[in-house]
Design a protein around this ligand. Structure first.
Ligand code: UDP
Length: 492
């Protein structure tokens, strides 16, 4: 199949192929990007990579949940680690295995996509930066390739530093040194990965970096109002156009799409949370009773606790968290994903919440809607980038408790740069110490009761306003979306 020749035909709908990573925090922004591209008249095929997140996804067209998207399974026999939540324990090994298994079947998969009516020729491919397996394949076929980065620009700079300075893994007293290259950051804020798996970590990081720097352009789920200095630094070193069009979940909600292939109608829509534009594949079913429970509480009174889709809590952490929440005296909504929790500790926690009648435990919340709810006053988060963008988009101050990867830089940005949250310092400056319930309670009090917390709330609302402005017609994210669309048109 001559993919390149087919691509040069005139007067056809441009056909884009998207390659997401099958982890929740990566799938969600890619689907919002797909939504935006559909709204601009592109035909979009999403490559389906086998994983639990996708199990219920029907690839026949039209899929009732995603009627405008086309899906193409990469291959029947490609099985990655069968449980995506295991990836939380070692994301790098998971990514290494997934990329190496997908590489070979991908060429055939592209051939099938290119020969399938009515989509036909491929104008360009957009892949998640951590899915680097398409890089060589599309280079051979001369198909233009764009990358989607789903974390902060600061994290990209942090990773480059790790690479250049040999900071892998950061150690000892150097942890508290300030980094000249990254203002406001200490060595210990640099991205952290599983120290035992250093070889796979390095291999994956190098391939991700190469895939990004050699792409035709980078689409970034960030905003100029949050990260202009980091974006400027990256632009100064890379000769690749950068399109910061975040927060993707908000931009896609702003541009309400009623897609009909005949007229490609776009409706400009409402702002804020919109269930209609929040359709993404989900690994866990959302518990809608959270919203009814939140309705019972006064404005700004509830602590929402969630550590994303990958973090696995230990028994002692579970105990300290529940004791801290009990001591805080505040009502709380706590997401505990079913699998990682020992049933005895979960029972003890349920007992505690039942006794106090102040808490609700759920296995998966409709998080964006929860954060938009007036009764939520604080979000205790692991500082995943999606969670952080979702919280800032609603003006909710954060208590940050970071684990691995980009979470440490994000936590530092939230507390030290944007000042819309507090870092839960469980360490003594050198190495992580155990989580402590009393520290949790005192941090919650600082955010929800003290003047310090009121100032954070004011800053969070001001930042929300800046984000809203970025999404307006003349705002930076909208403008960059227009530029991205023009860029893709001139590629094809
Ligand atoms: N999320 C959700 N319900 C939950 C917990 C998380 O919908 O109960 C969503 C959350 O809104 C976010 C994603 O899961 O979009 C988590 O992504 P993030 O980047 O914050 O963290 P990760 O899971 O990648 O560590």
């Amino acid at each position: 199949m001559d993919l390149k020749g087919a691509r040069s035909r005139k007067n056809h709908v441009h056909h884009l192929v998207l390659v997401p990573c099958p982890l929740q925090g990566h799938l969600t922004p890619m689907f919002h990007l797909a939504n935006l591209l559909l709204s601009r008249g592109f035909a979009v095929t999403v490559i389906q990579i086998p994983s639990p997140s996708w199990r219920s996804l029907d690839c026949t067209h039209p899929n009732p949940s995603f009627p405008s998207l086309f899906f193409e399974p990469i291959a029947d026999g490609v099985a990655c680690d069968d449980d995506a939540s295991n990836a939380g324990e070692d994301v790098m090994s998971f990514l290494l295995e997934l990329n190496s298994k997908c590489r070979e079947p991908f060429r055939d998969c592209l051939d099938r996509v290119a020969s399938s009516a009515p989509r036909g020729c491929i104008s360009c491919l957009i892949h998640d930066a951590v899915m680097y397996f398409p890089v060589d394949v599309v280079e051979d076929l001369s198909i233009p390739r764009l990358v989607l980065r789903t974390s902060t620009a600061a994290n990209f700079l942090g990773l480059s530093l790790l690479d250049q300075k040999g900071f892998l893994p950061p150690q000892g007293t150097r942890l508290v040194e300030m980094l000249q290259e990254l203002p406001s950051m200490r060595v210990k804020d640099l991205p952290l990965f599983d120290k035992c798996k250093q070889a796979s970590t390095e291999e994956v990081l190098i391939k991700i970096h190469k895939g990004t720097t050699t792409a035709s352009a980078i689409i970034w789920n960030t905003l100029t109002c949050l990260e202009q200095p980091s974006l400027d630094k990256i632009s100064a070193t890379l000769s690749v156009p950068i399109f910061p069009i975040g927060p993707l979940h908000r931009l896609s909600a702003e541009i309400m799409v009623t897609w009909a292939p005949e007229n490609q109608k776009i409706e400009e829509g409402r702002t804020g949370y919109s269930a209609a534009t929040d359709e993404v594949p989900r690994r866990w079913a959302e518990d809608r009773s959270c919203i009814e429970w939140l309705d019972l509480h006064p404005p700004g009174s509830v602590v929402y606790v969630s550590f994303g889709s990958l973090v696995t809590l230990s028994e002692s952490e579970l105990t300290e968290i529940s004791e801290g929440l009990a001591e805080s005296g505040r009502p709380f909504l706590w997401v505990i994903r079913a699998r990682p929790v020992n049933s005895a500790s979960l029972e003890a926690i349920r007992e505690l919440t039942n006794t106090s009648k102040r808490g609700k435990i759920t296995s998966w919340a409709p998080q964006r809607e929860v954060l938009a709810h007036r009764s939520v006053g604080c979000f205790w988060t692991h500082s995943g980038w999606n969670s952080t963008l979702e919280s800032m988009s609603e003006g909710v101050p954060m208590l940050c408790w970071s684990y691995v990867g980009d979470q440490r830089i994000i936590s530092r940005l939230v507390s030290g740069v944007w000042k819309v949250g507090l870092e839960l310092e469980v360490d003594d400056g050198i190495d992580s110490g155990p989580l402590n319930g009393s520290k949790v309670a005192s941090a919650i009090k600082r955010i929800m009761s003290d003047e310090e917390g009121r100032e954070m709330k004011r800053k969070a609302m001001a930042l929300k306003e800046q984000i809203d402005v970025s999404l307006r017609q003349s705002g930076s994210s909208r403008q960059f979306l227009d530029k991205l669309v023009a860029f893709i048109h001139q590629l094809a």
